[in-house]
Design a protein around this ligand. Structure first.
Ligand SMILES: Nc1ncnc2c1ncn2[C@@H]1O[C@H](COP(=O)(O)OP(=O)(O)O)[C@@H](O)[C@H]1O
Ligand SMILES: [Mg+2]
Length: 353
């Protein structure tokens, strides 16, 4: 099935000049988002993520390049047309940007003012608050709500104009992990039930991992790596991408603990301490069984982490493999042939395969 392109950024370039200093915030970035995607853009603070996504609805005008959204060349629109197009692109933010002197219902109703009758607005607000699970709090004020509830209001408000695209700029960054997870679940639910296309800006790969089907890694104004979530997790190429993925596994802490274990302290000269990473059906059990049965290599699993990404296992093991060097070499070939990524943790040759 050919998927419809809803956002196409072509060679987007944004340069700021601040007090005579040139900042190249976005450096000739191409980005294609298809309908129904939850497209994660991950990067450290200052990478240019916010500036890039703000060129989608022209909250930021690029100094170069093209922004095509829902078939419109955004830069060719007059002010009135642009206002209309922006209705089709909702946005949520880290700090919610709610009006504190207005009730929840009034905040959600705000974008509808002047477009609909009072009764229509009330019906719409009721259904939006229900959608985000806040129908009981319509008359509360923002100060009475938790952070997670405030973001639910932000989401309801962003959906008031029935947008086809939602841009989420660090929308969970001010929230604790459990609340973050529930907001991400809500976004996923809206994606599935409304067909909403979502661009999710974050500095947390954990958030990308939870709901995105695509991911781009941004650094110094450029997208340095991009692709399907599973493909990127299975075979990251750039070190920054690997670092972001590792934040979701807590591998550093595991490795520190593993290094204290007798099996590692007393490594035989031919033993290998390795990290094995795989995506897909192969689980640790058949892997380890095959290494022994077919290659006479024993695997001592010191740490294992298996997560489910989009319904597919993503496994990370720290193992000691023991065998003759000939058997180990054949085992490495087997692992390589089965798309298991092998990284040496013992300071010996970096890629054994
Ligand atoms: N309005 C602006 N004027 C000048 N510099 C800016 C402006 N907005 C962003 N920048 C600079 O552009 C770079 C990218 O910023 P930003 O897009 O906010 O990154 P991110 O969202 O990834 O943290 C930073 O160096 C930032 O200081
Ligand atoms: Mg930002």
């Amino acid at each position: 099935m050919a998927s419809e392109t809803v956002i196409e950024l072509q060679q987007i370039d944004v340069q700021f000049s601040e007090k005579g200093q040139e900042v190249h915030a976005v450096d000739h970035v191409d980005l294609t988002v298809s309908r129904g995607d939850i497209y994660g853009i991950v990067g450290y603070s200052g990478a240019g993520k916010s500036t890039l996504v703000r060129t989608i609805n022209l909250l930021q005008r690029p100094t170069g390049g093209k922004s095509l959204v829902l078939g419109q060349d955004m830069l060719s629109l007059n002010a009135k047309q642009l206002r209309q197009e922006r209705q089709r692109i909702g946005m949520i933010f880290q700090h919610f940007n709610l009006m504190n002197s207005r009730t929840i219902a009034e905040n959600v109703a705000f974008p509808l003012k002047g477009h609909k009758s009072k009764a229509e607005i009330k019906a719409k607000v009721d259904s939006l608050l229900k959608l985000v699970g806040l129908d009981e709090r319509a008359d509360a004020y923002p100060a009475e709500l938790s952070g997670g509830q405030k973001q639910r209001v932000g989401i309801a408000r962003a959906l008031a104009s029935d947008p086809e695209i939602l841009i989420s700029d660090e929308a969970t960054s001010a929230l604790d992990p459990k609340t973050t997870s529930s907001i991400l679940d809500l976004l996923k639910h809206l994606n599935e039930t409304l067909g909403l296309t979502i661009v999710l800006i974050t500095h947390e790969m954990e958030a990308v991992k939870q709901i995105c089907n695509k991911v781009a890694v941004m650094d110094a104004g450029r997208i340095i790596e991009r692709g399907d979530l599973l493909q990127i997790f299975a075979q990251p190429k750039e070190q920054l991408t690997k670092d972001f993925i590792d934040t979701t596994i807590q591998l550093d802490a595991a490795l520190e603990a593993v290094r204290q274990e007798p099996a590692v302290q007393n490594l035989a000269p031919s033993d290998r301490l390795l990290r094995l990473t795989y995506v897909g059906a192969s689980t640790d059990q058949p892997l380890v069984a095959t290494l022994f049965k077919d290659y006479q290599v024993t695997a001592n699993i010191l740490f294992g982490d298996i997560q489910i990404l989009q319904g597919t296992p993503f496994g990370n093991l720290i193992v000691v493999l023991s065998g003759t060097s000939a058997d180990l070499a054949r085992a490495f070939t087997y692992l390589h042939d089965n798309d298991v990524t092998v990284v040496a943790l013992d300071g010996k040759e970096e890629t054994p395969a």
